[in-house]
Design a protein around this ligand. Structure first.
Ligand code: 48F
Length: 256
């Protein structure tokens, strides 16, 4: 029996990994924007692999604000919440309140149910750069990176890469720094996140969701970080709408 358990896991896992060595879309980061993008892309029939360095994907959504585990969304994001079958109740001034643990687990469930594959404990440490475009991601075990172990990575080829890594926007930084290329921002580089402004941060999260370099799209806080806009704290409508917009932009590009 012991051997049957081990064989089952090993065969299944390596089959899953082999199936995802070349995908339509590789998503870096399983925060709300990345997971929502994974859901819509998988629903559209695309092969989607999402990589998150944490054991539990979900990013900054689990903890609500200061570990008060509720979150706020605004009216415009309610159609996404309804599509993902998340329970919500009315808050004040046209806002809605959701339990953050319920919401995060629902997003993960719906994205994987739609067909997206999530690889947790994976760090994306670089991209594959071919013909002046991003053509895939370079992955390694998150503990390998954390321990600073000198172990070479593997590669996942993709028609499009979505960076949803949150505040640090590591992938865009790496692309600009290593390849000496200009990103689609006012400075041509990662501008960097600004301080907190809820309304502007929410609005610009969606506006800044775009293809930042051929083959590389950004969503969520990474989109604001790359373009130099505000953080916004525990309001999540912009993140959800950014993920949906990212999926639409990517579909338009890879279907053309
Ligand atoms: O930061 P995060 O939740 O992404 P998001 O979709 O949402 C932001 C909000 O949670 C919050 C906010 C709300 O208003 O401001 O912060 O922009 O999640 C990012 C995920 O990316 C993973 C990280 O573990 C987290 O789960 N991640 C970051 N860098 C890498 C990565 C990397 N290089 N490789 C793999 N995963």
């Amino acid at each position: 029996m012991e051997q049957i358990v081990s064989t089952g896991i090993i065969n299944s896992y390596f089959e899953k990994l082999k199936r995802n060595l070349s995908v339509d879309v590789a998503i870096v980061g399983g925060g709300p924007s990345g997971i929502v993008a994974a859901y819509y892309l998988a629903k559209a029939g695309k092969k989607v692999a999402l990589f998150d360095r944490k054991l539990a994907p979900g990013g900054g959504m689990w903890g609500g604000a200061m570990m008060f585990n509720d979150i706020v969304v605004q009216e415009e994001a309610i159609p996404i919440i309804q599509e993902l079958e998340v329970a919500y109740r009315k808050g004040e001034n046209g806002t809605y309140i959701m339990d953050s643990v319920h919401t995060t687990s629902a997003l993960i469930y719906k994205a994987t149910k739609a067909g997206a594959t999530i690889f947790n404990c994976y760090s994306v440490e670089d991209v594959v750069f071919q013909n002046e475009a991003v053509a895939g991601v370079v992955v390694n075990w998150a503990p390998v990176i954390r321990e600073g172990m000198h172990v070479d990575p593997l590669t996942i080829m993709a028609k499009a890469v979505l960076e949803g890594t949150g505040h640090d926007c590591e992938v865009a930084r790496t692309v600009a720094r290593k390849n000496g290329v200009k990103l689609n921002t006012v400075t041509g580089d990662v501008v960097g996140e600004r301080s907190l402004n809820v309304e502007l941060g929410e609005q610009t999260t969606v506006e800044n969701t775009k293809e930042i370099y051929p083959g590389l799209f950004v969503s969520g806080m990474a989109a604001n970080g790359v373009s130099g806009s505000f953080r916004m704290g525990p309001i999540f409508g912009g993140m959800l709408m950014s993920g949906k917009k990212a999926a639409e932009l990517i579909l338009a590009k890879i279907n053309s």
